[in-house]
Structures are given as C-alpha cells and as structure tokens.
Design a protein around this ligand. Structure first.
Ligand code: SF4
Length: 354
C-alpha cells in the first residue's frame, strides 16, 4: 500500500464529507471526551440530544465536576451503561483537582484517569491535541481488517493490539485528528458491517479485502456467548399516603446507584406468575400486600444479560417502615429519580393503569 496516498485520500474525503456533529464545533478536549464516552455503545442519532443537553447544563469541566451525582445519573437516564458517566465524573474531578482543569495531553496520564482506556485516550488526544495516537474500537478494527487483510479475531481482546500497532504505523502525523476521525467516519458511513459501499469508498484502491473479494469474510469475528436470561418480578407498591416504594441499586455492578421499584430475581419464568410473585415480594418486604395485580411484561437486553420482567402493582396498609436502600416517594417526585429504562416502562404502565 502507498501509505501517504491512503492518508491523503482518507483525510480529503473526511474534510469534504464529515457530518456536522455538535462535538465537532471546536477542539475543546472536555466536549470531545464527553462525546466519546456517550458514543461508546450508543448511536450518533441518540447521542446528539443528550450531548446538547449535557453541554448546556455543564458547559465547562468544572461545572460538571462540581455537579451532584444523582443529577448526573438523571441526565444520563436512557443512555444506559451508567458506569460510563460515573467514571467520567470521577475522572473530571481528578482533572480539576490535580491538573488545573486541563485534560492532560499525555497518554500515560490520561490512562490513569478512571474509565479512560486506550480508545478514549487516543480519541481525545488525537482529536483535541493532534497527537498521533491510535483510537481503535470495533469500527476501526473492521475498517483495518478489510484494508490490510488482517485476519486476527476481532472478538478476542488480545487482537486489539494487532490493530493498534497497524494504526500506529500508518497514522498521518501531520493531521492525526482528521485521520482518526476519518477512520471512524468511514466505518460509520461507508465501510459498514454488512454491505460496505466499496464502489464509492475513498480508499478502495488501497483495500485488500476489496481487491481480493473478501469484504464479507473480514473482519473475522468468533461468536459471542449467548446472553444469560434473568427472570425478574417487580412491583409498584402504593401506601395509604399514595406514595410508592423505590429502592436504590448497589453502588457497584449493573445499573449501579440507580433507583428502581422493589424487584426480585426468581430463577424461572413460572416463578413470575401472580401467586409466586406476591409470595416472594411479601417475603422480601416483610409486610402484606393487597390488590396484587399484573400490569406489564417486558424484555430488556443488556450486553451479557436479558431481563424478562413482569411488573405488578399492589397496595399496602398505612405506611410500613422501610430502611435504606428503600424509601417511599411521592408519585409526582418520581421524575426526579434516575430510573433504568425498564423501570421507566413499568412506571408508565402503572400510570396508564392508575
Ligand atoms: Fe471498506 Fe470496501 Fe472501502 Fe475496503 S473498499 S475500506 S471494504 S468500504
């Protein structure tokens, strides 16, 4: 491959065709960092309104670092993968206290920040500071596997190094920002997973997979493990004051720190039926429930896990005492609590049935 020609073709195409995205308005490292964190596992169209609201509320890193975590989780509601924003919050606090609020322009320092891996560090340093650092994610691996005929299994974490090495060898030192963004843009718009548009691709003359007719066999990707099914019973429980019960999830693990309606994992679909569900819920709460009724059934897919949820509504007498991590919350205040999407759906069903 003529590497200089490849770089020129890619950068010229990127400059001419790049989408007008809000985080591309300037080279502010904080904005770029926020956008990169949001874009992990989430589509551009979904991210745009979140990004705009986020920057409106927290225009500078100092604003964000000083913000209350509950408010941040609330703003992130619906984007999923909440540990991303908790880590970002933690990391920006470190940047404010240790580095005077300036994102460090150095790979090793950047990678010491919470939640910042090779990809995020590479993206921020190359886009904001024009440093020639690779930013390799699934999209870039796909593009490089095809361009260079690399057959390393992109499902295996160890393969990432192979791709990072290749990008390091071929990155444009005179414009790493446009080069890395060009690769990302090419992967998003042209060199897509199914049916890449090779006939209009700006770098097709350099591409091994195109030349050898291998675009449908590259990248090599071994099968993912099947996601595990988890059967969950949840209930919106109303007390005599008309308040409902919420519980806070643990500070670590899936959906850490978010609020939800009291829930139990029951092991099998049969155990989600009304009789079992009421028995289990009463046992967990330690007070009796009346008018226990099914409202909704839904499925929520995480990366390695599928929640099958049956949502019930119930009432209880008086106002039973509950301790942390549970609390009674007025229905009108629920909007102020960060709930994961499936529990927002359960609440919507509750309001419809009320
Ligand atoms: Fe991807 Fe086709 Fe372009 Fe090669 S020629 S980089 S396979 S779109």
């Amino acid at each position: 491959m003529n590497v200089a020609q490849f770089q020129n073709n890619l950068i010229a195409w990127y400059q001419a065709e790049k989408r007008d995205l809000p985080w591309r308005q300037n080279k502010d490292a904080y904005r770029i960092w926020v956008s990169e964190v949001m874009l992990q596992q989430t589509r551009v169209d979904t991210v745009i309104p979140y990004f705009n609201r986020f920057i409106e509320q927290y225009p500078t890193m100092a604003d964000f670092a000083a913000a209350d975590e509950e408010k941040i989780l609330k703003m992130w509601e619906g984007l999923g993968y909440y540990s991303r924003v908790r880590n970002l919050h933690h990391a920006t606090r470190d940047v404010v206290t240790k580095y005077g609020g300036i994102v460090p322009a150095d790979l090793a320092t950047m990678k010491r920040l919470k939640g910042v891996g090779d990809y995020t560090a590479g993206a921020v340093l190359s886009i904001a500071y024009d440093l020639p650092v690779p930013a390799v994610d699934g999209n870039v691996m796909r593009v490089y596997a095809r361009l260079f005929g690399i057959e390393a299994d992109t499902f295996l974490p160890a393969s990432k190094k192979v791709f990072e090495q290749k990008v390091s060898e071929t990155i444009a030192y005179d414009d790493p920002s446009s080069f890395n963004q060009g690769l990302m843009e090419l992967g998003a718009l042209i060199c897509t997973p199914a049916r890449p548009q090779c006939l209009i691709c700006p770098v097709s003359e350099h591409c091994k997979a195109f030349e050898q007719g291998k675009t449908d066999v590259l990248p090599v990707k071994s099968k993912k493990k099947k996601a595990k099914d988890q059967f969950v019973v949840t209930a919106v429980i109303k007390n005599s004051r008309g308040e409902v019960l919420l519980q806070k999830r643990p500070e670590k693990g899936l959906l850490a720190g978010l609020w939800e309606f009291p829930s139990i994992e029951v092991g099998a679909a049969e155990k989600q039926q009304l009789g079992h569900a009421q028995f289990g819920m009463t046992g967990m709460l330690g007070f009796s429930l009346v008018d226990f009724r099914q409202m909704v059934q839904l499925k929520h897919v995480f990366t390695h896990l599928i929640w099958h949820i049956v949502g019930y509504a119930a009432e209880c007498e008086a106002v039973p005492e509950v301790g942390s991590p549970m609390q009674w919350v007025s229905v009108v205040d629920i909007g102020g609590y960060a709930l994961p999407v499936p529990h927002q759906k359960v609440f919507a069903a509750y309001l419809q049935n009320a």
